[in-house]
Design a protein around this ligand. Sequence first.
Ligand code: CA
Ligand code: ZN
Length: 373
Amino acid sequence: MRIRPTGLLIVIATCVLMPAQVGLARTMVSGLDDATLTVPGGTTDFPPGYEDYHTYAEMMADITAIAAAHPDIVAVSSIGLSYEGREIPIVKISDNVNVDENEPEILIDGLHHAREHLATEQALEIISMLVDGYGTNPRITRLVDTRVWWIIPMVNPDGSEWDIHGGHFHRWRKNRQPNGPGQPIGTDLNRNYSFDWGCCSGSSGHPGSEYYRGPAPFSAPETQDVRDFVESRVIGGKQQITVHLTFHSTGEEVLWPWAHTSATTGEGMTRDDHRVFVALGTAMAQRNGYTAEQSDKLYPTDGDEIDWMFGAQGIFSFTIELYPKGGGGSNRWYTPESLIGPETTRNNSAVLYLASKADCPWKVIGKAAQYCG
Ligand code: CA
Ligand code: ZN
């Protein structure tokens, strides 16, 4: 297989940046273990009864420990900083993990929305599934050896920490980026991507809205970081990432583009592309028992990540809305910790299925020769 030059990754070695108060210099501390990661307000853990969820510091410690225990297949690096200066880590899993091999790539992310904490747990469960299954489960071993997995467990660390500060939940959704004097804080990161940004009444132009799209496409550091990472995977003019999952909650849905329109084709989506989305999405939903449909059908959104992933990068990209099903009331994001295991492992089969199609997604409609020959 072709070996690419290394150097695209900036590995988090022995330091992590402390979240900075606005206007203060960021302080480098040595070692994750003794780093005290706090936000103003002094977050230490999730509220009582939810401590099994991972805080930012616990997530960082866990993935760093997993990489240290499995250096042959796991590497942790950063896609950049959040608004408040936290590193946003990305976990790479593959054989020969320190080599940029020419293998199909799958990207998984969680927690664009701060209060959807189960999404981070889902990403961490996928990491555990791959690491634990490697060398023991033949299917997982093959999908680690023949794929490159990129997993971003917490796209919005500032929002996540804010949501749990002070010992209770705050139902916070956006990031923590100010919008100017006297204005409410935060941008909805999943309305801030550039593809048809703000086009279609699927977001808000008002900073006070939960769905505020920001003053411009990619105005949020967190979406810039995702964009820059994904664009860095264009090698020799070809995007290496072929499939993508972004985890949200709630609703138990598997959603595909377009999110901003009910049109099934156009803007670069061919009839065959649409058929691939339907086939992959339906097959995943058969495995986790969720509802499969075009994202727009749930409700229209614009500036959505999956529209950018496909529209700008040609990646077969899905939103998975986790447990519970629709309805559920104003605390529906705060799933009891006893359900973290059952409701994340529930998706493992769907994730492995999608990864198995990453070499040529068009093979699910019988057109591998035409598109991937
Ligand atoms: Ca590899
Ligand atoms: Zn969400």
